[in-house]
Each structure stands twice: as C-alpha cells, then as structure tokens.
Design a binder for this molecule. Sequence first.
Ligand code: S3P
Length: 441
Amino acid sequence: MQLRAMPHGPLAGTAAVPGDKSISHRALMLAALAHGTSEIRGLLEGEDVLATAGALRRLGVGVDRAADGVWRVEGHGAEALAEPAEPLDLGNAGTGCRLLMGILAGLPFTTFLTGDASLRARPMARVAEPLQAMGASVLTRSGGRLPLAITGRRPLRAIDWRSRAASAQVKSAILLAGLAADGVTSVTEPAASRDHTERMLAGMGADLRIDHLPDGSYRAAIVGGPALRATSFTVPGDPSSAAFPMVAAAVMPGSAIRVPGVGVNPLRTGLVVTLREMGARLAFVDERDAGGERVADLVIEGGELQGVEVPAARAPTMIDEYPILAVAAACARGRTVMHGLAELRVKESDRLATMAEGLATCGVHTAVEGDTLIVDGGGRPAGGVRIDAHLDHRIAMSFLVLGGVARAPVTVDGAETIATSFPGFADLMRRLGADIVETGA
Ligand code: S3P
C-alpha cells in the first residue's frame, strides 16, 4: 500500500493509541503458560500480536476474542503445549519469535519457526546461545537466522547469563526458559531494558529477584518450577505508538493534543525526556497505576524545538523511538547527536541507514559516525520524495509524520507494514488534523 502525507496545519484533539505491543505479546504467552482462564483487555490487534496468538493456537492453546473485544486464553500449564504440525510463522514479529523460543526451549518436542523477509534477516543467535547453554537444541540458518528448528527439554539447566546488549527480548526469552529450569536462572544486562516480563511474571506468582548493580547493569533471576496463576490484564496504550502523534504535534507550533492511557514505565520514556530537553511542552496528566504498570494521559503542545545531544545510556529506554526522534531533530533548530545506536542496525530494518538516507533525500543533512546518528535540523524539511518502508512500520510512520510537517508531500511505499503495530494510524492522524491519503496499492 502506498500512503502520501500532505503538509498540514496544527494538530488538535484527543486520540487513543492501540495497546502496547510488548505487553500484548507477553500477556498472550504468559496466559498460555498459566493455569486457568486469563482475560486480556486492550490487546493490540496488530499483525505482530495476531501472529503470536496464531502460534499459540498451533501449540494447542485456546485463544479467543469475544465480541466485546476481550481476549480469553485457556491455560493448562506449559506441559499442555503440544508439538505443532506445521512451522510457526511469526511474520514481522521479533518479540513474538524470540520470546516464543524461550518457551519452546522448555518443551520436549521440535518446533520450526520462520517469519517474513525482515525477520528472516534478524539475528537469533543472541537468544539461541543461552537456550543452548540451558540444554535446548537450536538449529538455525547461517548467521543465526530464521528459519530455525528448536527442540526443547524439561527440565532445562539453570544458567547465569550475561547479555551483551540491553535487550528485553533476550532477557525475556531466558526468563521464560528459566521457568522450566531446575534451579535459579539469572540474566544480567549492561543496562536495564523494559521490564514488562518481570512485572507480569511476578504478578502471576513467579519467584523473581531483581538487582540494580553498582556498575549500572541489571540482573533478573527467576526460580524454575512454580505454576503461574491465570490473571486479568489491561494493556496500556503503547508509548512507542504514541510517539508518532506526539512528535507530529510537538514540532508544529499551535498544536495541542491529548493521548489518553499511555504506558509511562520509566524504561520506555526516553523519548519524553529527550523531547523535553529539546524544549517540547509535554505533560503527564492523571498518572495512575494500572495492572502493574504506570499509565498517564499525555498532553502535548507544539512549539519550536532545539537540537540536543542524546547520551548512549538513554538508548534502552527509547530504542524504538529513534526513527521518530530523528524526524523531530530534522524539524528542530541546530544539531542533534544520538549516540549508542548499534542495536538500530538489527531492528525491522537497519534503522540507522534507513533514517539517515531517507532524511537526506528529504533535504535534511545527516551523518552516521560509527553508532552515532547526527541530524542537522532546520525547521520544515523540503520533503517532496518517495520513501520505501523496508518492511519497517516505524520507518513508514516516521516519514508520514515528516510529510505532514514538510514543505511538500512525502509518499511511503510498503505502508501496509504499519498494521504490524499500529492499525488505524492514518485514521488517527487524520482525526487530529493530518492529511494522509492512500495513493496506490
Ligand atoms: C521489545 C524489545 C526491544 C524493542 C522491540 C520490543 C520487547 O527489542 O526494540 O520493539 O517487547 O521486548 P530488543 O530486545 O531487541 O532491544
């Protein structure tokens, strides 16, 4: 699908974004491992999460959506999962694939996993290696790529793993495997990544211990064995989806929008911190606890932003937000320097390259120096170009936001990828005053 974003005026109004993708994947998977019926409200019904639901069904789990939009998962414990007759296709979903590998490592049968061209290009060794150390057998294509076959065993060996990257997917896969291990499994990451898995597991009766170590690293340890209790989840709005209307409003003087019910877990709010440093007016209103996560309404007013230096240490708390931050940087005055972006190279696309090249075609001066992205902002970018989404939803949405604030329209090819995480994105933006039209199949 081809979408074109025309330049628009200030944005206004209230618009709720869909449920958090990370939490939605986890809610389905943890409910499948629990004993009893779990209910999930506000589940993201995007393609990534539907792929996870489909994979769980093929493993024999009852996963259903009622007419009222509530999802019900019939869990009978991990032991009840059964060998699927066919390969499981996780589509574009890295989280779905890697977390499922953690579960499959503790199941005594063989499962074949694959995904779309984007997922088949992404590294799986970072998850396969710890699972192999725990006793699972994982056979991947060269370079640790999908398709792969995983044969699990129960119990697994408990391990103490040091993760090279601050990756919640790696951490979560190890913790899920740890549920099936014969002792205490721990994972240490160089900095804390999103902790939804830990929060949800603890809420369902798992025995976890969390340590923030003096050198800034983070350690999560889990005791193998306990049965998880079925529970009711309410999924907050996804801060990584809210990021798009948020930046669109923040860079356009005169805008005033409200995004209700968004997750504001501090391990997800690096973009808010950065936008505030850039001079954005952004408030959390009615901040509250909802099912183990902090939630707030985000209120954003548009204005002039200034370029800033974004430290590498902040990357884990805004890892998915760099594409849209780069758009904010392009509209700001002065230079923005974003450090520590190595992980962006292994996302749904090589986001360091796709953003630098895409912004350059839009008339914005950019440079990549090692793992650092430099963007020289200058008010409204020229636009007037056609961009390929590279099977990457966040690249597609970032350039549609840019088109709205540019001097000439931006056309995005392959925009159907937006449905992986943010069904209704174009409608939501239109309701706020954006002008996004479908221009081709
Ligand atoms: C996610 C973790 C991050 C993030 C991804 C979702 C998760 O990936 O980029 O969109 O739900 O655990 P990494 O773990 O690879 O950093």
